[in-house]
Design a protein around this ligand. Structure first.
Ligand code: ADP
Ligand code: MG
Length: 685
């Protein structure tokens, strides 16, 4: 198969160029073909203008000119930028290169002729061009029509890439297998794969480009969905689900003995879960609820239902601290009912671990709570029927599958999360998961007061902190970084700890907590804080998940502008867990109105879902919703947020294909190739 041949089989690619290509993850001819041009950057050479003809309306335009002068300038705060003045027979224009684009200006020489694209506005003396992209004119002179622009690495040039991809397309013209089933192509009205490939790299016109992009965006999402379905299915295929009976005596007892009444939303969520568990089909459900909305008790019900039916249940948490906390809560619920519960974490001693594993294997322990340690191979259950993960985007698709795999039959799976996830991402990352939602918090909670101050108020804030401690309360101080010098102008946890511990909090029990400590050290500190032996915990965001210390009523967040709204909201959720009025103080050194406006949103709302939405609007999707966080491959051309509609349609087609269950082998090869065997790694590790 020619597409598996290495790129070096093309003329002009030796070891050096091949190394540059490898940096872009291009190894084979197939990779090269699928290396799509940057979506917004195609150049239309038929629209070539002179400098005088350039419109100053901020739109992207293209022109040729020669380099006249190059100079560096300063913006406030020592930030440099470079201005390259170019000219043609009709006038002058200034090209602006900021920050990390400045290296592009450095390569230029006076009198060099360039083909330039960029956004054009009216500057003070000349037309001003930003978002500049250029190439030398001799490589561009011969061009007409629409041309692709590729992301490059090393010494590669646009001309290189265009030539090699042209050569690869020539090979494809002789023999290129279709990657989508016929009926999909027909129903969606897609162009065939070869034409689409030609058009995405070298489009004749804008419309054929759009059609090609439409096809490949769909293809990528379709293969992603197929991959998820296929690997999930082959993981579970031989197994049948487990049927639990209707809620019985133990569950009733558990509910009766709770110190509170379940809210309507909790009841609804429980009903949905309970019904799922009664079905033979394995449950795949996500329980979304803001911090403190009362998800843990729901998980207790699910675990109890498993035990009531003679099965075992397990619950996995992302950190040891959180696992211990769940263990304690569940133990209180379960002990009166005679449900036996164990905990499995990395710090468990060898002997205790051996005993627990034995008990799990013979069924003398009913429920186990733990960390990733649960995933180890020698953890075997006698009859596992429900698997719960409590997570904040911290487990990957494969880890969940590995845990579910520990049942002889396919267990019911419940995922609990406090982070609102857009529906399309949930569909993609969690596959078939149904969603249960707890939107409001249990009644009787006092609203946390959120205050936003600039730096000058710091001493007053610390004085308030001291007063709370004198009243017998506890507090958190959260900093964005562990150590100084990681970034200027940001207060580090170590620094703040020194300052407080030797200064205003001299006579107060302070402790420093951060991610570089060993797990065992973190545990000691957290346990002491929970027991009231430490008054003020100075910490990085490691306390984000899980800790429940009702006596902690104040949280001070340093450099609050450094955090996302959703994250600040999660942090804030660590206070306000008791009956006292709690406070969250956001300190910020930033004085720009944008930042203050953003923090104000947090003052105004304590709705985690609303805040996550605002975060999206204000900060963009970006990293927040990267697939990689979930252990999935990154996408080349599709966009989880932008392509919502396509995801839904791709999913439908993928389901249909799975139902028909034909031709998996061909599809599998495509899936593995498209995603670089990531799925195999995810599911078989
Ligand atoms: P989550 O896991 O969703 O962040 P938790 O399950 O830890 O929230 O619940 C937070 C607190 O609310 C716990 O102390 C729990 O006992 C309490 N709680 C849960 N449900 C109710 C309820 N219906 N009424 C009153 N308090 C509740
Ligand atoms: Mg919780």
């Amino acid at each position: 198969m020619w597409w598996k041949e290495p790129v070096t089989s093309l003329k002009g690619i030796g070891p050096k160029k091949a190394a540059d290509l490898a940096e872009l993850n291009i190894y084979t001819l197939g990779d090269l073909l699928c290396y799509y041009p940057r979506q917004e950057a195609y150049i239309d050479y038929s629209k070539l203008k002179t400098i005088r003809e350039l419109d100053v309306d901020g739109s992207k335009q293209i022109f040729t000119a020669t380099v006249f002068r190059i100079r560096d300038s300063f913006q406030g705060r020592g930030r440099k930028f470079t201005v390259v003045t170019v000219r043609d027979e009709t006038g002058y224009a200034d090209l602006y290169f900021f920050m990390n684009q400045r290296y592009m200006a450095k390569k230029l020489k006076i009198d060099e002729r360039l083909m330039i694209t960029g956004r054009v506005k009216q500057g003070r003396s000349a037309k001003m061009v930003s978002e500049v992209f250029y190439q030398t004119a001799e490589s561009a002179d011969a061009l007409t029509g629409i041309w692709p622009v590729y992301s490059l690495s090393g010494a590669l040039t646009q001309k290189n890439m265009r030539q090699w991809i042209k050569d690869a397309i020539k090979r494809a013209e002789q023999d290129l297998p279709e990657s989508l089933p016929d009926y999909v192509i027909n129903e969606c009205n897609f162009t065939d794969r070869l034409t689409a490939l030609q058009n995405i790299h070298f489009p004749h016109d804008w419309n054929s480009l759009k059609q090609a992009q439409r096809r490949f965006i769909f293809e990528e999402l379709f293969l992603l969905q197929c991959g998820l379905l296929y690997y999930r299915q082959s993981n579970e295929s031989a197994k049948v689900g487990i049927k639990h009976s209707r809620d019985g005596k133990i569950l009733q007892q558990l509910i009766d003995q709770l110190p509170f009444k379940l809210t309507a939303e909790q009841q609804k969520a429980w009903q949905e879960i309970s019904l799922d568990m009664q079905d033979i089909k394995p449950m795949h459900r996500i329980l979304q609820g803001d911090v403190g909305s009362g998800k843990t008790v729901i998980s207790a019900l699910a675990l109890a239902k498993a035990v009531e039916n003679g099965f075992q249940g397990c619950m996995m948490a992302p950190t040891e601290i959180l696992a211990v906390q769940h263990y304690k809560t569940l133990k209180e619920y379960f002990e009166p009912l005679g449900i036996r519960i164990g905990i499995l974490t990395g710090s468990l001693k060898a002997k205790a671990r051996r005993e627990l594993l034995e008990a799990l294997a013979v069924g003398t322990v009913d429920v186990v709570v733990g960390t990733h340690a649960l995933l180890q191979e020698d953890v075997v259950f006698q009859k596992l029927s429900v698997v719960i993960t409590d997570e904040q985007h911290r487990f990957g698709v494969g880890q969940r599958a590995a845990l579910a795999n520990k049942g002889q039959d396919a267990p019911d799976v419940l995922v609990m999360t406090a982070t609102p996830i857009p529906r399309t991402l949930a569909l993609t990352v969690y596959g078939d998961l149904e969603v249960s939602l707890i939107k409001s918090r249990p009644p009787g909670r006092r609203k946390i007061q959120t205050l936003c101050y600039t730096e000058e108020k710091r001493l007053e804030v610390y004085a308030g902190l001291r007063r709370q401690v004198q009243k017998g309360r506890q507090a958190y101080v959260v900093c964005p970084l562990i150590q100084d010098s990681e970034s200027i102008g940001v207060r580090s946890a170590e620094n703040v700890y020194q300052e407080l511990n030797q200064g205003i909090l001299r006579d107060v029990r302070c402790a420093l907590l951060h991610g570089k400590l060993k797990d065992s050290e973190k545990n000691v500190i957290m346990t002491a804080f929970a027991a009231g032996e430490i008054d003020v915990l100075i910490s990085t965001t490691v306390i984000e998940v899980g800790v429940n210390v009702p006596n902690a009523v104040l949280m001070v967040i340093e450099n609050a502008e450094r955090f996302g709204l959703a994250q600040l909201h999660q942090l804030r959720g660590r206070v306000g867990r008791g009956s006292e009025q709690s406070y969250c103080v956001l300190l910020t050194g930033a004085d720009n109105p944008e930042t203050l406006k953003r923090l104000q949103v947090l003052h105004d709302s304590d709705d985690g879902f609303y805040l996550a939405e605002q975060d999206l609007l204000l900060r963009g999707a970006g990293q927040l919703f990267g697939l990689r966080q979930h252990g999935l491959p990154d996408l080349r051309i599709a966009d989880i947020i932008r392509d919502t509609e396509v995801i839904i349609s791709a999913r439908k087609f993928a389901h249909r294909l799975v139902l028909q269950n034909n031709n998996w082998e061909l599809l599998r090869e495509l899936i593995d190739r498209q995603f670089d065997n990531r799925f195999q790694m995810i599911f078989n590790s």
